[in-house]
Design a protein around this ligand. Structure first.
Ligand code: NAD
Length: 479
């Protein structure tokens, strides 16, 4: 498969860089390696459609385009899922779930495209203030490699529904699946240049998109470190920013929870996409009286997960995204094992980029491995005695993306959920994300929200149009 850039409706550039299957280390296709020039051309194309056509005003056209895109993606469900597993490595069941979620989300925003309501009021007698929600303009969308299908849609669908035009920047690890999804637009009435795609191995195109004064909004999903750089680089043009960044999610397990039943669920929540999901369960905080049981059952559940090629239906955990990343994550985990109070399960490397899960137990929440996001199959087990301790430990982090509370006491579940400083808190569940429900981070996990109506609102500006219409003849002003 070949993935050129897609600029102003034309597939351009020579696909010369390899996209590698992380399960085998073999090339599965080539993509074009762009830079600032491609970014400039894509910005010009997106700008032209936004400034010179009625795209931003034609909600029905945008709905039609999104529905047709969803239909075209639906017709490609299985090939897209297979390509996603080949390019990213994740278990095929996870790829199928991701493609299905992406299609559903396109349809959700197709509906919302026709409900972008502002409000009108009389600000003083005879003066009509119309607050119009308008598209923010040209959006640059950075899609990471860990869940490229759904994270593309999570930003692009609300951007298009709102009336923005877009430049998508793929991650160098997953350019083919992004290109395959955007090719499905060719079966729709999308104006040429309303969506553009630029690939690159380096950062020059990405940096140009962030700096450009012709880009009005950046929607970035990636690490907190890169998010900070983007925030600094965007300051000069003061563009709008949507940042979906890293996390260190806690599962807080109370004394009354059924540890035997939930340990396998937490094991899966920790190892989804080989632990390469921003919301993956990373720290398990368990009441001290249930610690022994959790130790035993979580170890057993993690050990039972099958590690192997994601394309094999029997596997639970595929490879990490590439061999170099696997080795770097392994070294970090090895350091954590050296410092941990206790190593309950030590992960091992195999094949091109595989790594089995590690579970350690530790008492000091300040340890680097309790604080830093380690993007792989690595879990810490910590204990607490009181609700207050559980909350303090869980909130002792710079992140605030997501957490879960495990208890059969409904009132406790709710009050702990309120006390945890996170954008999402699940009760007796983990990693459930919906097109309808806003998601995003407190603190260094990000800015703004994606999913839900608020994501669409984040791709708009509010314009106040003030009209002094005056009062009708025969009506007397009182002041
Ligand atoms: P990353 O930050 O290393 O890279 C993301 C993208 O940014 C890449 O495509 C890269 O080309 C680009 N980039 C790097 N430097 C840049 C710069 N200076 N200017 C412009 N672009 C630049 O992240 P990653 O390793 O691809 O993804 C993993 C991270 O993403 C994890 O931290 C994970 O938690 C986070 N993530 C967050 C969410 C969420 O919803 N909050 C979802 C998925 C992933």
């Amino acid at each position: 498969m070949k993935a050129p850039h897609w600029i102003a409706g034309a597939w351009v550039g020579v696909p010369s860089a390899d996209s590698i299957d992380p399960a085998t280390g073999e090339s599965i296709g080539q993509f074009a390696d762009g830079g600032a020039a491609e970014a400039d051309a894509a910005i010009a194309a997106a700008r032209n459609v936004f400034d010179r056509t009625t795209w931003a005003q034609d909600a029905r056209l945008r709905q039609d385009v999104l529905l047709a895109w969803a239909g075209a993606l639906d017709a490609q469900r299985e090939p897209l899922a297979t390509l996603l597993t080949r390019e990213n490595g994740k278990a095929i069941a996870q790829s199928r779930g991701e493609i299905a979620a992406a299609i559903s989300e396109v349809r959700y925003y197709a509906g919302l495209a026709r409900h972008i309501a502002g409000h009108v009021l009389e600000s003083e007698p005879g003066t009509i203030s119309t607050m119009l929600r308008e598209a923010a303009g040209v959006a640059a969308i950075f899609v990471p490699w860990n869940a490229p299908a759904v994270l593309l849609v999570r930003s692009l669908a609300p951007a298009l529904a709102a009336g923005c035009t877009a430049i998508v920047k793929s991650a160098a690890q997953t350019p083919l699946v992004i290109a395959a999804m955007l090719r499905c637009f060719e079966q729709t009435a999308l104006p040429k240049g309303a969506v553009n795609l630029v690939h690159e191995i380096g950062y020059a195109a990405g940096e140009r998109l962030v700096e450009s004064h012709d880009v009005d909004i950046v929607s970035f999903t990636g690490s907190t470190a890169t998010g900070k750089k983007i925030m600094a680089a965007a300051a000069e043009s003061m563009k709008k920013l949507s940042l979906e960044l890293g996390g260190k999610s806690c599962c807080v397990v109370f004394e009354d929870a059924d540890v035997v039943a939930i340990a396998p669920r937490i094991a899966r929540a920790a190892t989804i996409i080989s632990g390469q999901q921003c919301t993956a369960a990373r720290r398990v905080l368990v009441h001290a009286r249930r610690a022994a049981e959790m130790r035993e059952h979580l170890t057993r559940a993690l050990e039972a997960l099958r590690v192997g090629e994601g394309i094999n239906e029997a596997m639970d955990i595929g490879p990490l995204i590439d061999a170099a990343t696997r080795d770097a994550v392994y070294q970090t985990i090895a350091r954590a094992c050296d410092e941990a109070d206790r190593v309950l399960l030590r992960g091992t490397r195999s094949g091109h980029a595989f790594l089995s899960p590690t579970l350690i137990e530790h008492s000091d929440p300040k340890a680097f491995f309790c604080q830093e996001e380690i993007f792989g199959p690595f879990v810490t087990l910590e204990t607490f005695d009181t609700e207050a301790q559980a909350i303090d430990r869980a909130n002792d982090t710079v992140f605030g993306l997501s957490a879960s509370v495990w208890t059969n006491d409904g009132a406790r579940a709710f009050r702990i959920a309120r006390a945890l400083r996170n954008g999402t808190v699940w009760i007796n569940d983990h990693n459930k994300l919906f097109a309808e429900a806003e998601t995003g981070g407190y603190r260094q996990s990000g800015l703004g929200r994606l999913h839900g109506y608020d994501a669409l609102a984040d791709f708009t500006e509010i314009k106040h149009i003030c009209m002094p219409a005056g009062v009708a003849e025969g009506i007397a002003p009182l002041r």
